[in-house]
Design a protein around this ligand. Structure first.
Ligand SMILES: O=P(O)(O)O[C@@H]1C[C@H](O)[C@@H](CO)O1
Ligand SMILES: Nc1nc2[nH]cnc2c(=O)[nH]1
Length: 296
């Protein structure tokens, strides 16, 4: 599969993290990955420091419109964060270890949390453009066909050989997310659901969309799950959302098909609610005790 050779060593990842620590002089608590068109999340940061991917030794480059290609360090609700404006996708030609390396960098920078977002198509007909799905679980079709980012020799510095994935999306954070959405007055557009990742770059066919619906999928995209698996492997606590930017085609007699410019426009239209929501969630993460036993 050619997806294991040339992987970053622990030493190389540490060098990248050390460079970022030295440049930013910050120890972020939350790493945020912006989905397509969602990079404006970084505009909410206080005292932002922008580091372009091209300035970072050994860092991949963004190639997709709507993913500008920089890390932004700063504070949100007085919590130090690092925002990744521009994720890497498998369909760009990157191997999974490159797609997911930023999560290991987040860990080495000192983050406890990963907040991951994506632009997605809805599969569940209940969900409309502008709805936000808090991820409860996922189906990783790309991984089921062998492209798991953890394939290859295990990196014991980061985590175990066989990590469980029954609780990838932290239950306390999911509950907090739904509560915060309500407090902000957005309860009519927030739901919990299951995200599926296909390899892309082609959007799903009608038959594939119908299969996904039968499998219990609510939203579909081309990212996120590999990052989540690597984050869970190295002990980050994960919160994820899909922003519905397209409504899935479940009937063959359709005239409207997905297109990336529409995805970006729909994502941009969500700027205000998303910014408010991310700010409140990060505040919650900043105040949360690092405890997962249910006592707090
Ligand atoms: O990076 P995300 O998953 O948010 O972007 C989605 C998947 C493709 O990159 C693109 C298709 O329009 O949007
Ligand atoms: N697979 C897929 N990815 C998306 N990303 C944004 N919208 C979509 C979509 O409709 N389908």
């Amino acid at each position: 599969m050619g997806d294991v050779e040339g992987r970053y060593t622990y030493k190389q990842l540490k060098e990248i993290a050390d460079f970022l620590k030295e440049t930013s002089k910050m120890e972020p608590k939350v790493g945020i990955i912006c989905g397509s068109g969602l990079g404006t999340i970084a505009d909410a940061l206080v005292d932002p420091l922008v580091i372009n991917y091209s300035q970072i030794p050994n860092f991949p480059r963004s190639t997709v419109k709507g993913h500008s290609g920089s890390l932004v360090f700063g504070c949100l609700s007085c919590v130090p964060v690092v925002v990744m404006k521009g994720r890497f996708h498998f369909y760009e030609g990157y191997p999974m270890w490159k797609v997911t390396m930023p999560c290991r960098i987040f860990k080495l920078l000192g983050c406890s949390y990963l907040f991951v977002s994506n632009a997605a198509g809805s599969i569940n007909p209940k969900y409309k453009v502008g709805d936000i799905i808090v991820l409860r679980d996922h189906i990783y079709y790309v991984g089921l066909s062998g492209y798991n980012p953890l394939r290859g020799p295990n990196e014991w510095e980061f985590g175990p050989r066989f990590p469980p994935t029954s609780n990838c999306y932290d239950v306390d954070l999911r509950k907090a997310g739904m509560r915060i959405a309500k407090e902000l007055g957005y309860e009519d557009r927030f739901y919990e659901g299951v995200y599926a990742a296909l390899a892309g770059p082609s959007y799903e066919s009608v038959a594939e969309a119908r299969m996904l619906l039968k499998c219990g999928v609510d939203s579909v995209g081309m990212s996120t799950i590999p990052e989540v698996l690597v984050a869970v492997h190295c002990g980050l606590t994960v919160f994820g959302i899909s922003i519905v930017t397209e409504e899935g085609n479940l009937e063959w007699a359709v005239t409207k098909v997905p297109n990336h410019l529409e995805v970006l426009a729909a994502a941009q239209a969500m700027e205000k609610p998303l910014r408010e929501f991310v700010t409140a969630m990060v505040k919650f993460m900043g105040n949360k005790k690092p405890c997962r036993c249910g006592c707090c």
